[in-house]
Design a protein around this ligand. Structure first.
Ligand SMILES: NC(=O)c1ccc[n+]([C@@H]2O[C@H](COP(=O)([O-])OP(=O)(O)OC[C@H]3O[C@@H](n4cnc5c(N)ncnc54)[C@H](OP(=O)(O)O)[C@@H]3O)[C@@H](O)[C@H]2O)c1
Length: 400
């Protein structure tokens, strides 16, 4: 009967892994690790308070005192940092020190799932090759910025050899889900944006992102589906020592989703929204040489990719700081019993980026499907489900 350790147990992705393991009777013991405990767990799950920024011998001590052991590790701990350099140093050490601590405690791992993301393909740097495949080369040639996923994967490969375990890496994108006390969540920010617009009383929900991206394609990942995938992959014999894209299996555009978001909150999309002036807009250039360029020559398209931009028709960071928005939010929060500082804590820069890019993000699921993975979620269903859950948990405003 397998046993598991999950780091990042309270995060948007880790939380669902713990929940899926707790629901699956074949897993007899699950150690859910994070600094805080945010919810109650079924009897097979034990929450352990661990600070992963400590030195390996310190982490080993913390683990020993709580009898943390397991054969399968799901690593979903993450610390956000302002720069990629810092993110690489901090998140690299997080993984390295934890694996070393387990080894110090003589914990024998069979397999490790490391949760990373589609920044693997440089989706944050500009236009990418579509669809994206796991075999695509890493965007880490000369002049490319550091990428903490590459740092973590290198650490993982080397530990796997030393500690004799098999590894699996997942690449989710634009995650749809719920986490308590973590506002870096697309659904939370969307629900707050819609709830405030409803409160402002104009009855409409203008798309704040890029007109170009509105009818381009994105691939989303339901955190619940990602958890099911992780449980499947860690037991699938042929999945060992491989990386996998993990997206819902549909391709969506905001021109399709936005009217549904508006309806969910009792609002309408202005019929000629893109003809409006954009005095509160912003534009930011991404990398001069887009990631696509690394693969362009062999496709006969060298020099064809243009530099990416993040174009916001309404700059969401500035929007969130407007007096009328703050006042409207306080009224909503008061009426619905929500946290008053949720507006301030929500990650507007992140949502602005997700909605403001001006290039497609299409991620292939072929590799996993060839190995027998059949999981699929409709992205609107996942988004609506997350809105309902956020409202139930009193994290974000409710729909109609
Ligand atoms: N969210 C997305 O949209 C998204 C999209 C694609 C990829 N990803 C990737 O998915 C991975 C997981 O991210 P996430 O978004 O799920 O993260 P998250 O929601 O921010 O959760 C981070 C987790 O790490 C734990 N943690 C933070 N500092 C810790 C520390 N010092 N010691 C122990 N635990 C600590 C947190 O728990 P405590 O605070 O309680 O300790 C929490 O459980 C990351 O690599 C991220 O880049 C995320």
């Amino acid at each position: 009967m397998p046993t598991a350790i999950v780091t990042g147990a309270t995060g948007i992705l880790g939380r669902e892994i713990v929940s899926a393991l707790g629901d699956d009777k074949q897993w007899t013991k699950i150690h859910a690790l994070s600094r805080s405990q945010k919810e109650k767990y079924p009897p097979t799950v034990q929450h352990d308070h661990v600070d992963l920024t400590a030195a390996p011998h310190e982490i080993a001590k913390q683990l020993k005192s709580q009898n943390v052991t397991g054969e399968y590790l799901f690593f979903a701990a993450y610390i956000a940092k302002d720069t990629e350099e810092e993110a690489s140093t901090v998140n690299g050490a997080l993984l390295q020190n934890f694996l070393e601590a387990l080894s110090n405690n003589n914990v024998t791992l069979k397999r490790v799932v490391l949760v990373t993301g589609a920044k693997q393909y440089g989706v944050h740097l500009g236009p990418v090759k579509n669809p994206m495949h796991e075999t695509d080369p890493w965007i880490d040639g000369p002049g490319r910025p550091p990428n903490f996923y590459y740092t973590q994967q290198r650490i993982l490969y080397s530990a796997a050899k030393k500690q004799n375990f098999e590894w699996i890496v997942t690449y989710p994108n634009d995650v749809i889900g719920v986490a308590r006390g973590n506002f870096m969540n697309m659904s939370t920010a969307l629900a707050i944006y819609a709830g405030v617009n409803r409160e402002l009383g104009k009855g409409e929900l203008e798309f704040p992102g890029s007109e170009t991206f509105y009818s381009r394609f994105d691939s989303f990942t339901s955190s619940r589906l990602h958890a099911q995938f992780s449980l499947w992959a860690i037991m699938e014999p042929r999945a060992g020592n491989q990386a996998f894209n993990v997206v819902n299996g549909d391709v969506e555009s905001w021109s399709n989703l936005w009217p549904k978001v508006a309806r969910k909150f009792g609002l309408k999309v202005p019929s000629r929204q893109f003809e409006r002036d954009t005095p509160e807009g912003s534009e930011m250039d991404l990398e001069k040489v887009p990631p696509f360029e690394d693969l362009a020559a062999e496709r006969g398209m060298e020099g064809k990719a243009t530099q990416g931009k993040v174009q916001q028709r309404i700059d969401l960071v500035r929007w969130s700081q407007k007096k009328e928005v703050k006042e409207a939010w306080l009224r909503v929060a008061e009426r619905e019993g929500l946290e008053k500082d949720a507006l301030e804590k929500a990650t507007w820069a992140f949502l602005g980026f997700v909605l403001g890019r001006n290039y497609d993000i299409v991620i292939s699921m072929s590799k996993a499907r060839k190995l027998g993975w059949t999981g699929y979620v409709d992205s609107w269903d996942a988004l609506e489900e997350s809105f309902d859950e956020l409202a139930r948990e009193k994290i974000a405003p409710k729909g109609v």
